[in-house]
Design a protein around this ligand. Structure first.
Ligand code: IPE
Ligand code: IPE
Ligand code: MG
Length: 234
């Protein structure tokens, strides 16, 4: 039986790369590179702790507003991450998947993503779920479009659609809701992340910037989760 004290699904808003860099008089991009190291550590810590699903918010639908050189650098980092980590993911039995408007990502990123998803398909120790070009509002709009199409086609009955059915139209259709949400950099907002799925998640805010968030910090978040009492309104 699964240990109820360990969250099955942890979602993370990896925030503060830019500020980490500014504090060191470095370009923002240096913060994103440093943040990639935290990603590796947290994945390892999640796997070792018995977490089954780790959803990382890597690029939001709003992040396109950033200067082109920063957006390009973020996707280059993602490509490098995939290139350098694919074998390691396979060796560690980790499956990679993605949520978001994947079709809106640059072609090379889409190709690399598809390839790593195929190659890690049988990974069963941890599901590493990357939120890319992800926005909760566009996810809900996409779901509404799909439901509407099914209703028009007679495949769904508008009077009978319930919460469970609707969840089945979201990008996260095959995943349980996150038990724990971690956000770094001290910001207390959701920034359009998993608005539907986080309804009853426990929230943990770390003051550390993402590049400073390491294995021990992740363990500390899990320890705090252990002491939370989840009531779901009951
Ligand atoms: C998080 O760090 C990374 C992404 C959003 C891609 P930021 O780039 O948001 O860093 P801050 O919040 O400006 O410090
Ligand atoms: C949220 O961080 C998005 C990701 C971590 C990918 P942002 O830095 O984009 O969010 P805001 O602007 O602080 O709300
Ligand atoms: Mg930020």
């Amino acid at each position: 039986m699964a240990d109820k004290l360990v969250p099955v699904h942890v979602a993370v808003i990896m925030d503060g790369n830019g500020r980490w860099a500014s504090q060191r008089n470095l370009p923002r991009i240096a913060g994103h590179s440093a943040g990639a190291k935290s990603v590796e550590e947290v994945i390892k810590a999640a796997k070792e702790s018995g977490v089954k699903i780790l959803t990382l918010y890597a690029f939001s639908t709003e992040n396109w507003k950033r200067p082109k050189y920063e957006v390009d650098a973020l996707f280059k980092l993602l490509e490098n991450y995939i290139d350098s980590q694919t074998e390691i993911l396979i060796k560690n039995d980790i499956r990679l998947s993605a949520i978001g408007r994947i079709e809106g990502l640059p072609d090379t990123v889409q190709r690399k993503l598809k390839s790593v998803m195929d190659k890690t398909m049988s990974g069963s120790s941890l599901l590493l779920n990357l939120a890319l070009n992800y926005g909760a509002r566009s996810e809900i709009v996409d779901a509404v479009r799909a439901v509407s199409k099914d209703c028009v086609a007679g495949k769904a009955d508008p009077d009978r659609i319930d919460e469970k059915d609707f969840s089945g139209y979201l990008y996260t259709k095959n995943l349980p809701d996150p038990d724990l949400l971690i956000r770094t950099s001290g910001e207390m907002r959701l920034s359009n992340f998993l608005l539907w799925q986080l309804s009853y998640s426990e929230i943990y805010i770390s003051k550390k910037m993402w590049p400073d968030f390491k294995k021990d910090d992740f363990i500390e978040a899990l320890n705090e989760y252990r002491n939370r009492q989840r009531r779901y309104g009951g």
